[in-house]
Write a protein that binds this ligand. Structure first.
Ligand code: NDP
Ligand code: 8X3
Length: 259
C-alpha cells in the first residue's frame, strides 16, 4: 500500500456520491481538500465531519456551479492563497437528466444542463488549473467519465455523448502534457449506487432504485479507492484509463440480476 499525502486536492461534486468518498479517502490520508458543489450546506457538513477526524490537512468548502464560468471564477478568487497550487484535480461533478429518445428530449433544460456541467465544467476547471500545473511541472487530473462514454444505449444520447466528450478531452489533454510530469487519468465506472439515479429520474425513488435491483453494485467508496490507487502510484506511473464495473455487469446493458 502506497500513500500520497500533503497534496492539495480539488474535488468537484463533493456533496455526495463519488466526490464525497474521494474527499474522505484523500483527507484521511493527510491531504488538503477543496470541496466544491452547489449544495454548500452539505459541503459544510462534510467539512465538519472531516475536521472532527483531524487527519492534519486543511479543508475548504466552496459553493460552485461548474456549469457557470462566473461561479468558477468566484471560487478561485475565494480560495485561500495557500490552497491555490492545486496538485490533484478530480473533475467529478456530473449528472444525467431523464432517459428519452432524441426526438423527445427536453433540449432547453436537460441538454444544456448536462452538457454545461459534464462537458463544459470539465473543460473550464481544467483550463483554470492546468496552467499552474504546467508551471510547477507536476499534477494529476482525474476526469470522471463513465462506461456510457463508449458503450452507448438508446435514450441516453445526451449523457453518453457528454461522457464520450470527456473521454476525448482526457486523451487530448494527456497528449498535450506528454512532455511534463502531469498525469491524466480517465475514470470509467459502471453502475455505482449513489444519488445519480435519483437525480436522473427527477427524485422518483422507485424508478431510481431499479438499476440496482438484483445486483451488488459498486459503491462510491469503490471508485474513490481506485482513484486513490492511481494517485498514489510512483510519479513515473500514469494510469491512463480505469474501467470499473460490478462483478455482474459486463457492459451498460449486459447485467446479470439475481432476483
Ligand atoms: P451524485 O449525484 O451522488 O453526485 C453528483 C455530484 O455532482 C454532486 O455532488 C453534485 O453536487 C455535483 N454536481 C452536479 N451538478 C453540478 C454543478 N453544476 N456544479 C457543481 N457540482 C455539481 O452522483 P455520482 O457520485 O454517481 O456522480 C459523480 C460522477 O460520476 C458524475 O460525473 C457521473 O456522471 C459519474 N458516474 C456515475 C455513475 C453511477 O452509476 N453513479 C457511473 C459512471 C459515472 P450539487 O448537487 O451539490 O451541486
Ligand atoms: C452511469 C452509468 O449505465 O447509467 O454513468 O450510464 S449508466
Amino acid at each position: 500500500f502506497r500513500k500520497i499525502s500533503n497534496k492539495i486536492v480539488l474535488i468537484t461534486g463533493a456533496s455526495s456520491g463519488i466526490g464525497e468518498s474521494c474527499a474522505k479517502m484523500f483527507y484521511e490520508n493527510g491531504n488538503h481538500i477543496i470541496l466544491c458543489g452547489r449544495r454548500v450546506d452539505r459541503l459544510n457538513k462534510l467539512k465538519d465531519q472531516l475536521v472532527l477526524n483531524n487527519a492534519g490537512g486543511k479543508v475548504f468548502a466552496c459553493q460552485v456551479d461548474v456549469s457557470s464560468m462566473d461561479s468558477i471564477d468566484k471560487m478561485f478568487n475565494e480560495l485561500p492563497e495557500e490552497m491555490k497550487a492545486i496538485d490533484i484535480l478530480v473533475n467529478n461533478a456530473g449528472l444525467s437528466l431523464g432517459m428519452d429518445a432524441v426526438v423527445d428530449i427536453d433540449a432547453r433544460n436537460d441538454l444544456d444542463s448536462v452538457i454545461d456541467t459534464n462537458v463544459k465544467g470539465v473543460f473550464r476547471l481544467t483550463r483554470k488549473i492546468l496552467p499552474g500545473m504546467i508551471q510547477r511541472n507536476s499534477g494529476h487530473i482525474f476526469n470522471i467519465s463513465s462506461i456510457a462514454g463508449s458503450m452507448f444505449y438508446q435514450n441516453g444520447s445526451i449523457y453518453c455523448a457528454s461522457k464520450a466528450a470527456v473521454n476525448a478531452f482526457s486523451d487530448i489533454v494527456r497528449k498535450e502534457v506528454v512532455s511534463t510530469k502531469i498525469r491524466v487519468t480517465n475514470v470509467c465506472p459502471g453502475l455505482v449506487e449513489t444519488e445519480f439515479s435519483l437525480v436522473r429520474f427527477g427524485g422518483d425513488s422507485d424508478k431510481a432504485k431499479k438499476p440496482y435491483i438484483g445486483i451488488d453494485p459498486l459503491t462510491a467508496d469503490d471508485i474513490a479507492d481506485n482513484i486513490y490507487y492511481c494517485a498514489s502510484r510512483p510519479e513515473h506511473v500514469q494510469v491512463t484509463t480505469i474501467e470499473v464495473m460490478a462483478n455482474n455487469q459486463a457492459s451498460t446493458r449486459d447485467i446479470y440480476r439475481d432476483q
